[in-house]
Design a binder for this molecule. Structure first.
Ligand code: DON
Length: 563
C-alpha cells in the first residue's frame, strides 16, 4: 500500500477555496483552482506542497518531476531526460523545455555493431554504454531559475525526504525489478538499492535511496554545478567508465537545456501545441490531424473512421522513420511535413475500401509496448499557468545501471537512435540517417507533452508508451475535440499503427467484432496487444462552467486530485 500523501490539511483547505472560486473560474481566463494529474500520489502531494508554499505550476512541475525520480525509479529520473511544455499565463507564452539526453562525445554511429556490422543484442539497452548524457537535472534547474518562484531547496525537499525515508515497493516497481534482474547483476550499486538481500523485494517493502537524496541535495544547493560538475559528476563518470562506458567530465559539464518553440497546428478550430524535434510527437500529431481534416469523421461508420485514422498513423510514422532526427544535425523538411498541402497528398493515397500496404508507400527504410517506463504529468495552477511534462529513462529501469555513490539510475535512451539503418529498436521503430548516432546529438523521441486549446477550454495531456505515445495523444485529442471529458480521454481503448511492422496493434475493447471483420476485409493485419497501452495523465479546464478536472489513466495506479 502506498502511504497517503502528507498534505491532507492543505487539500481540505484548498477544496474550500475551489467551492468559493469555481463560479468565477473563467473570468479573465484564470481557472481559480489548481489541478495535478501524475502517475504517483506522492508526486501529486509534492506538487501540492509546492503550490501550497506559494509556488506556481512551474515550481509544482519541478517538485513533481523530482519526486517521480524517487517513487518511480523505473520510469524517469536524474539519470534520464525530459520534455516540459510550459504555458505562462501572464504573457501567454508557450515554451518547450528540451532536456533530452545527448550522445556522449565518444559515441560513434557503429558503436552497437559487431565486426560484421550486426547489432549486438542488448548493447544499446543494458549497462552504461546504453546511457546518454542526462538532461533532467539541468531541466529542473532551468525551470526553477527562469519560471519558478521557489528555490530548489524548497521544491526538491519532498523528493529528498522520500529518498531518505523510503518508498514502499508497489506492483509496477516489483514487476520492473523482476524484468531487469539479470541486467542489474552487473551493477552492484543498483542491486544494493533495489534488490535488498539480492532478491526482488515484495510489495510494501521500503526502498531507501540515501545516495540519491545526497545527489538531490547537491543539485538543490548548487544548481547545475551540483550535478554536472564536482563530486556527483566525478562519481558518475568514474562509475560509467569503470563498467565499460564512454562518458567524460566534459560531456556532463557541457550539457545544455534548449528552449524551443512548440509545434503548432489547427484542427477543426482547435489549436494543437505540442513537442517539436527532437520529439517526433508534434510533427506527427499535426500531420495526422491535417490528413484527417479532409474527412468528416463524424459521418463515418466506426470501422471506416478507424480505418482512416490508422491510415493517417501509417503515413505519419513513415515520415518519422524517413526524415526525423535532431534538427541540429540534419535539418528535416518541417514546413513541408506540417503543411496542409502535403497532408492533402498523403490523404489522396488513402482508399476507403482498402488498407494501404506499408510496403506500397514509396521509399521507406528497408525494414522495421506499452508504457510504464517513462511518465507523464499535467499541471494547471490557479492563474492558468500550465505544464505538460513527459520524463523518461527509456525502458524499465533504463540501463539497469547505477554509478556507485550517486543513487542515479542511468537511462538507456541511446536505443532511441537508429542503431543501424532499417533495424528496429526496442519499440520496433526504424529510422534513417537523420537519427544515426553522432557525438552531442539528441536521439529522436516520441514523447509528446501537448496542449489543446479551443473556445471550449484547455486540455493538458501526454503519456508514456514509446512509439505509441503519439497515437495515444492523437486518439485522446480527437476524443476531447469531440467533447469528451478528461476521464473519457484517459480511459479510451487504444489502437496503433506505426508504418512498420505493418500491423494494427489494439487493446481489448478498442475494436468491436464488426470493426475487426471490416478492417480485416480491407486488408489490415490486426494484433490484439497482450498488455495495456500507456499511462495517460490529463488535466482539462472548461471555460463555460469553470470546471477543472484531473484524470489518471485506469491502467496506472495513480489517484489524482482537483483541489
Ligand atoms: O523518447 C521516447 O520516445 C522513448 N524513450 C519513450 C519511452 C517510453 O515511453 C517507455 N514507455 N513505454
Amino acid at each position: 500500500m502506498l502511504p497517503s500523501p502528507p498534505t491532507i490539511g492543505l487539500r481540505l483547505g484548498l477544496a474550500a477555496i475551489v467551492a468559493a472560486l469555481c463560479g468565477a473560474a473563467q473570468a479573465g481566463r484564470a481557472p481559480g483552482v489548481a489541478a495535478i494529474a501524475a502517475a504517483h500520489p506522492l508526486a501529486i502531494a509534492a506538487g501540492e506542497e509546492a503550490l501550497g508554499a506559494g509556488g506556481n505550476a512551474f515550481d509544482a512541475a519541478v517538485a513533481i518531476s523530482a519526486t517521480l525520480a524517487v517513487v518511480e525509479p523505473y520510469a524517469s529520473g536524474l539519470g534520464g531526460g525530459a520534455f516540459w511544455l510550459l504555458h505562462r499565463a501572464e504573457d501567454g507564452r508557450d515554451v518547450f523545455i528540451d532536456a533530452r539526453e545527448t550522445a556522449p562525445g565518444a559515441a560513434r554511429p557503429d558503436m552497437y555493431l559487431d565486426a560484421q556490422g550486426k547489432v549486438v543484442p542488448g548493447l544499446s539497452l543494458d549497462g552504461p554504454l546504453a546511457a546518454g548524457i542526462p538532461g533532467e537535472p539541468a531541466g529542473l534547474v532551468h525551470i526553477a531559475e527562469r519560471y519558478g518562484r521557489l528555490p530548489l531547496a524548497r521544491t526538491l525537499a519532498p523528493a529528498i525526504r522520500i529518498a531518505e525515508q523510503g518508498v514502499p515497493v508497489h506492483t509496477r516497481m516489483q514487476l520492473g525489478l523482476r524484468f531487469r534482474q539479470s541486467a542489474a547483476r552487473n551493477s552492484p550499486a543498483f542491486m544494493a538499492v533495489f534488490y535488498p538481500g539480492g532478491e526482488v523485494p515484495t510489495p510494501g517493502a521500503l526502498i531507501r535511496q540515501p545516495d540519491l537524496a545526497k545527489t538531490l541535495r547537491r543539485l538543490a544547493e548548487q544548481g547545475f554545478d551540483g550535478f554536472y560538475r564536482g563530486p556527483t559528476a566525478t562519481r558518475l563518470v568514474a562509475g560509467v567508465r569503470a563498467a565499460g562506458g564512454i562518458w567524460s567530465a566534459e560531456d556532463l559539464a557541457s550539457y545544455k537545456v534548449i528552449e524551443r518553440d512548440p509545434v503548432r497546428g489547427v484542427y477543426r478550430g482547435v489549436t494543437v501545441i505540442s513537442a517539436p524535434l527532437p520529439s517526433a510527437g508534434g510533427i506527427g500529431l499535426v500531420n495526422m490531424l491535417n490528413i484527417l481534416d479532409g474527412f468528416d469523421l463524424a459521418t463515418l461508420d466506426g470501422a471506416t473512421r478507424k480505418h482512416v485514422v490508422i491510415e493517417a498513423m501509417r503515413r505519419a510514422y513513415r515520415d518519422r522513420a524517413l526524415y526525423l532526427g535532431d534538427p541540429a544535425f540534419s535539418p528535416p523538411p518541417i514546413e513541408q511535413l506540417l503543411h496542409p498541402f502535403y497532408a492533402a497528398g498523403q490523404r489522396a493515397s488513402i482508399r476507403l475500401d482498402r488498407a494501404t500496404p506499408s510496403a506500397a508507400l514509396p521509399a521507406g527504410p528497408s525494414d522495421g509496448s506499452e508504457g510504464r517506463d517513462t511518465t507523464h504529468f499535467s499541471v494547471l495552477d490557479r492563474d492558468g499557468n500550465r505544464v505538460a511534462g513527459t520524463l523518461s529513462i527509456n525502458t524499465w529501469y533504463g540501463a539497469a545501471f547505477m554509478p556507485p555513490g550517486t543513487g542515479v539510475v542511468l537511462n538507456n535512451e541511446m536505443d532511441d537512435f537508429t542503431v543501424r539503418e532499417g533495424v528496429a529498436n526496442w519499440f520496433e521503430l526504424i529510422g534513417s540517417t537523420a537519427n544515426i548516432i553522432e557525438p552531442g546529438k539528441r536521439m529522436l523521441s516520441s514523447m509528446s507533452p501537448t496542449f489543446l486549446e479551443s473556445e471550449r477550454g484547455v486540455a493538458i495531456l501526454g503519456t508514456p508508451g514509446g512509439s505509441r505515445i503519439i497515437t495515444m495523444v492523437l486518439l485522446a485529442g480527437l476524443a476531447w475535440i469531440d467533447g469528451a471529458d478528461a476521464e473519457t480521454m484517459v480511459s479510451l481503448k487504444r489502437y496503433h499503427h506505426q508504418f512498420l511492422p505493418d500491423t494494427v496493434a489494439y487493446e481489448e475493447g478498442a475494436l468491436t467484432a464488426g470493426e475487426i471483420s471490416q478492417l480485416e476485409a480491407r486488408g489490415h493485419k490486426l494484433s490484439l496487444s497482450p498488455r495495456a497501452f500507456g499511462n495517460m495523465n490529463v488535466v482539462t479546464w472548461d471555460y463555460a462552467n469553470g470546471k477543472v478536472e484531473a484524470a489518471m489513466d485506469p491502467r496506472g495506479r495513480a489517484e489524482g486530485r482537483v483541489y
